[in-house]
Design a protein around this ligand. Structure first.
Ligand SMILES: [Zn+2]
Length: 377
């Protein structure tokens, strides 16, 4: 077997399922059963309904779509849509109550099937479960969620697994994969670090990259809020992924937007980007995306540029996603992604030199790891 996972401390079998060692030669991951099959080979934008309206012109109808955060009511877009109830943001799962369901003494009790039906009625292609946050070590709650979804026997549902990131560590990964594989439906993945704090900053995932790739290659997986990890997983077996348009929300006085810097494959605070280039603004990168049309990224510095910065980000990573998904094989995808990360590492060195910096520009640890780990061996 050629899998990079079947060496060292790795067990070659997870829950009795052999690793798909030949996946690298496939043209695409396996198509999920049921209506979720329509999600295959798409990179969705994770956005609020208002953001989605602004972003729609930059989202590919062939390779894109929207995951709307907590959207209610109808959805006005012709792109494929999913709705994330985001119950994990405010609630922690227990084995007795892994899902957030309305409690009420009324005659009409609303159960899980009705909640899922509401999403479909609102225009979602498939429904996402209102799973509460699965805390560190709490595989019992994850089991309860998977069991309840399996009992529904539906083919139009994604089980949302909002996991404390330690659950994909060595102590739990085998059990987590086994539980998710038994859910009988595709899995949407959200990673958190402690309740209330999403692991949006991708550096958190560095110790878990191989485990996450194994998860993506073993169960039908769609990472939702995992930052650029979505690219790494779609390159290694996830059937789809989602990525935000805007930067992380920071509560600071500095209102300048976060800007995706393609050269660095990282979001930079616009004011910090302006500081970086200082008097050498002529060295600031020009962006070829349809939003920027070769203008410099350092123009996006004021609070009112937030929407333009978001459109630039989606146009930019959307074109990378299209190129990556257009590769002939999964190996080609993984190599495309690794090259993006390698180039980003190289640009950090190049700008360090051009700007004559004493302290070198350092790529994110995750970018460095994705640039150097063997994609498929
Ligand atoms: Zn741009």
């Amino acid at each position: 077997m050629n899998s990079p996972y079947v060496t060292g401390h790795w067990k070659p079998l997870v829950a009795g399922r052999a690793l798909p060692a030949d996946l690298a030669d496939h043209a695409s991951p396996r198509r999920p059963a049921g209506v979720a099959g329509a999600l295959l080979n798409r990179m969705f934008v994770y956005a609020s309904p208002a953001q989605a309206l602004a972003l729609q012109p930059y989202v590919s109808s062939e390779h894109g779509g929207f995951v709307l955060h907590g959207a209610r009511g109808g959805v006005a877009t012709d792109r494929p849509v999913l709705i994330d109830p985001a119950a994990y943001e405010k609630h922690v799962a227990t084995p007795d109550a892994p899902f957030l369901l309305p409690t009420g003494g009324g005659l009409l009790s609303i159960g899980l099937p009705e909640l899922l039906d509401d999403q479909l009625a609102a225009g979602a292609i498939a429904a996402i479960t209102p799973t509460k946050f699965i805390a560190a070590g709490d595989t019992e709650s994850l089991k309860a969620a998977a069991r309840q979804v399996a009992q529904l026997g539906r083919q139009d549902v994604l089980l949302l697994a909002p996991l404390d990131i330690s659950l994909v560590g060595r102590a739990h990964i085998d059990e987590v994969i086994a539980i998710l594989a038994d859910a009988g439906c595709p899995v949407a993945l959200v990673l958190g670090r402690r309740f209330g704090s999403l692991a949006q900053t991708a550096d958190r995932v560095v110790p878990y990259i191989r485990h996450l790739r194994l998860l993506a290659a073993t169960v039908d997986l769609m990472p939702l809020r995992t930052d650029l990890t979505a690219f790494d997983l779609v390159a290694h077996g996830a059937f789809a992924g989602a990525l935000r348009g805007g930067g992380p929300v920071r509560r600071t006085a500095d209102a300048s937007p976060d800007v995706l810097v393609p050269e660095f494959m990282a979001w930079w605070k616009a004011s910090e980007l302006v500081d970086l280039f200082g008097a050498r603004e002529n060295l600031a990168p020009r962006c070829p995306c349809v939003v920027c049309d070769d203008q410099r990224l350092t123009r996006l510095v004021r609070a009112h540029h937030a929407e333009e910065a978001m459109c630039h980000a989606v146009a930019t990573w959307g074109s990378y996603a299209g190129d990556m998904l257009g590769q002939q094989t999964m190996r080609g995808r993984a190599e495309y992604w690794r090259n993006l990360c390698r180039n980003a590492v190289g640009y950090h060195a190049m700008f360090t030199q051009h700007l004559r910096r004493v302290r070198p520009l350092v790529p994110h640890k995750s970018i460095h790891a994705w640039a150097t780990l063997p994609p498929w061996t």
